[in-house]
Design a protein around this ligand. Structure first.
Ligand code: GLU
Length: 427
């Protein structure tokens, strides 16, 4: 049975690269009916924290990743690591330096790894220094604890980032010393920014949590991360986790550098937002709006749902709704200054707005059909295009040059506010 693991160090937020590692291990386990295990690499007690661990587990769950069995905590296994190191010491394959136990690397050998993703990798042991197993403070090194635990957990495949490629030959030496068969290894190329540099904040963020806050949906982020390591085919770019589990083939994993493309992620996110029901989007959007500081008192779910209906085909992140529709929640919405100069500062446009608002004032049933009829009548009477009235009016009531259909928006905003804002143009 396939047994894989994800081994986060709880010393920071879940990095996108780690999230991708977790996803692929999970996909492989679920595709093969194997096990996906968690190991918490908290040997550095000073830098590890419960807060980070909780956040990492939370982010994994958020992305739809579940795990089998209770996570293993390395901080609780220091005795085991010491015992194993002493076994190697007893075989005279290691020596002590004070309290530290150090593995003696035999020179002149070639260690070969048949990497699942990169193919054959060979390293000469002349290039490997003697390896600390237990440090003088009694804690194990990453490489040693990793091997002891991967063997204990009966891990069959290790999928991790390229940053660990140089650790693999060292780990193989430990498997030999402990007389254990190593698992199979696969190293995924690191995620880089479009400019080829290490992924950083300026590429759009490095942690899952940042994307969550920005209003990306977990389905979209997971889908995108999957595409950064595996190409499921042209027609399969938008794929759910269920589909990915079905289609996944470890031998199709990519060995080319993955370039993070925020525009593609935004596009995917837009696709998922568009497909999601308004009912499901509602609580997520409300949370975003509250975080953005909008005054939501007196705003009903029904109103927000209508707004979501109008805007969900236009937004790429949940946060964007608040930016595009600030006029819905407050009177001091941001005004597009260029649009204002173009449409609102002209006398003839102000005239049209005046005529429009006077007729709207007398309208009993403030429905978008009725509003539209008035607009089109005025356009005809004055030999204008409807757009000549629509653009300035949109600016007046929302401060934007673009948005959802104006008449629907007006109906939703309500007669009182619409009239007040349109009259405000004259002031
Ligand atoms: N704690 C290591 C990391 O987060 C795990 C590496 C491994 O998967 O072996 O990079």
């Amino acid at each position: 049975m396939v047994k894989v693991r994800f081994a986060p160090s709880p010393t920071g937020f879940l990095h996108l690269g780690s999230a991708r590692t977790a996803l692929f291990n999970w996909l492989y386990a679920r595709h093969t009916g194997g096990k996906f295990l968690l190991r918490i690499e908290d040997t550095d007690k000073a830098r590890s924290s419960k807060k980070f661990l909780d956040e990492i587990l939370e982010d994994l769950k958020w992305m739809g990743i579940d795990w089998d069995d209770e996570p293993l905590h390395q901080s609780q296994r220091f005795e085991v690591y010491r015992e194993k190191a002493e076994q190697i010491l007893a075989k005279e394959k290691a020596y002590k330096e004070g309290e530290a136990i150090i593995f003696k690397v035999e020179k002149g050998r070639t260690i070969e790894v048949n990497d699942i993703i990169h193919g054959k990798i060979a390293v000469n042991t002349n290039d490997i220094k003697d390896q600390v197993m237990i440090k003088s403070d009694g804690s194990p090194t990453y490489n040693f604890a990793c091997v002891v635990d991967d063997a204990y957990m009966e891990i069959t495949h290790i999928l991790r980032g390229d940053d660990h490629i140089s650790n693999t030959p060292k780990q193989i030496l430990f498997y030999e010393a402990l007389e254990l068969t190593p698992p199979k290894f696969g190293h995924m190329p690191l995620i880089l920014g479009q400019d080829g540099a290490k992924l950083s904040k300026r590429h759009g963020g490095v942690s899952v949590e940042e994307y969550k806050r920005e209003g990306f949906l977990p389905e979209a982020l997971a889908n995108y991360l999957i595409l950064l390591g595996w190409f499921p085919g042209e027609d399969h770019e938008v794929l759910s986790m269920d589909e990915a589990v079905k289609l996944f083939d470890i031998s199709d994993m990519s060995d080319v550098q993955a370039k993070f493309d925020i525009q593609k992620l935004r596009w995917l996110n837009g696709e998922y937002i568009m497909k999601k029901t308004t009912e499901k989007l509602l609580p997520l959007i409300k949370e975003q709006l509250l975080t953005a500081g909008f005054d939501m008192s007196g705003v009903t779910d029904d109103y927000i749902s209508k707004l979501v209906d109008l805007y969900k085909i236009r937004i790429k992140t949940l946060r964007e709704l608040g930016e595009l529709a600030d006029w819905f929640f407050k009177d001091d919405f941001t005004m597009d200054e260029e649009g204002k100069r173009k449409y609102l500062d002209k006398e003839e446009n102000k005239d049209n707005i005046r005529i429009f608002v006077d007729r709207l004032d007398g309208l009993e049933d403030f429905s978008h059909e009725n509003i539209e009829k008035i607009c089109r009548d005025i356009a005809e009477e004055r030999e204008l295009k409807a757009a000549d009235i629509i653009h300035p009016t949109r600016l007046a009531i929302s401060g934007k040059t673009k948005g959802a259909g104006l008449f629907e928006v007006m109906e939703l905003l309500g007669k009182e506010k619409v009239i007040k804002r349109m009259r405000g143009v004259d002031k």
